[in-house]
Design a binder for this molecule. Sequence first.
Ligand SMILES: Cc1cc2nc3c(=O)[nH]c(=O)nc-3n(C[C@H](O)[C@H](O)[C@H](O)COP(=O)(O)OP(=O)(O)OC[C@H]3O[C@@H](n4cnc5c(N)ncnc54)[C@H](O)[C@@H]3O)c2cc1C
Length: 382
Amino acid sequence: MKRILILGGGTGGLVAANELRKKLSKEHKIILIDRNDKHIYAPSFLWLMLGKRKAQKIQKPLKLVKRKGIDFVNEEIIKILPEKKIVKTTRNEFDYDYLIISLGAELAPENIKGLSNAGYNLYQLEDVERLRDDLKKFKGEKVSIVISSLPFKCPAAPYEAAFLLDEYFDKKGVREKTEISIFTPEALPMPAAGPKNGEIIKSMLESRNIRFNPETQLVSVDSNKKEIQFKDKTPVNYDLLIFVPPHKGPEVIINSNLGNEMGWIPVDKNTLKTNHNNIFAIGDVASITLSSGKPLSKAGVFAHFEAEVVADNIAAEIKRLNADKRYDGRAYCFLELGYGKAGFAGGNFYAEPVPAIKMRRPGRLWHLGKLLFEKYWFWKWF
Ligand SMILES: Cc1cc2nc3c(=O)[nH]c(=O)nc-3n(C[C@H](O)[C@H](O)[C@H](O)COP(=O)(O)OP(=O)(O)OC[C@H]3O[C@@H](n4cnc5c(N)ncnc54)[C@H](O)[C@@H]3O)c2cc1C
């Protein structure tokens, strides 16, 4: 009998737990640990912002996995001890034969002076609900969408927010009075998808009168003056500030000395193996360097496919079969554009010398695909 511990019940953890349960007989224990008692489907935050989703519709209790034969422990993980093969939570200690770490990225708005008390954090459910309520009263002024620092998960999300808000303000009749600007340290949108796709998205922003301000590094925000300061640039005033906060590796990874200085865990890009025996790291917490020297982006699609590979290999090893699955870098992403349309970019992020990502012509089909994927997600994994 083997014990497999999965840390984090987000995208990667949920998929890994399901896939392992499907592949292994009941004598093997699969234990999923998360401090949150719910799984939250983050892509729907954008629809939540527009009032098209209710918060309870985009989350599910993690205890539901118990009916599939997966144990769920709702506790905070505080230490990982690879040499003892033990994981400590605030209340318990768990030993393991295999460990999958899928603890995601931690949001750190406090790393930027004044940011925590200013505007709306696009990556936090409660803030997005607050934003939705305040948007209803918004009469049209300066809207700034600020990407605080790199890396950040889902490189498309802040751009999707801009396109959707363009439509929202248009339908509300205040678009002409509203200036929408994006500020980012990136040179082009979604740099991991390559410069050609970046230029396409940039021109789509321009065609919608959304101002794109590249290579702007956020330094601080003064919420009293409603002023944003960037490095070596003139300060900018805002009426409505929406931000993607700085990201860092999970505290427990930093405390357990398992990652680099930012708390990301270096892994083999094909097997997701860490430097420690029988420990795998997947999703946002994993650090993968592409052959170009750039890091692989952080997105749910990577967590999902990496989880499938790791689950397959662990199950094969336990069954004394060939553990030969490899993650090959294939991934895709939808880009909501508003007015019932979306774009779609997909391809191979491991292609050499640069990722081979193709952007499809935007259309209603891709928007429908994104809607269906949300339904599929909860149906498939709960
Ligand atoms: C607005 C928004 C839109 C997005 N849209 C897309 C999209 O369209 N496509 C896409 O591919 N990706 C998208 N993403 C990104 C995607 O959600 C993440 O990349 C993905 O969830 C990462 O999966 P993960 O398993 O690595 O981490 P997560 O899903 O973040 O899960 C980590 C889990 O670990 C738990 N945890 C952390 N620390 C501890 C601890 N100490 N103890 C116990 N539990 C802990 C957390 O509670 C959490 O449940 C979006 C993200 C946002 C915010």
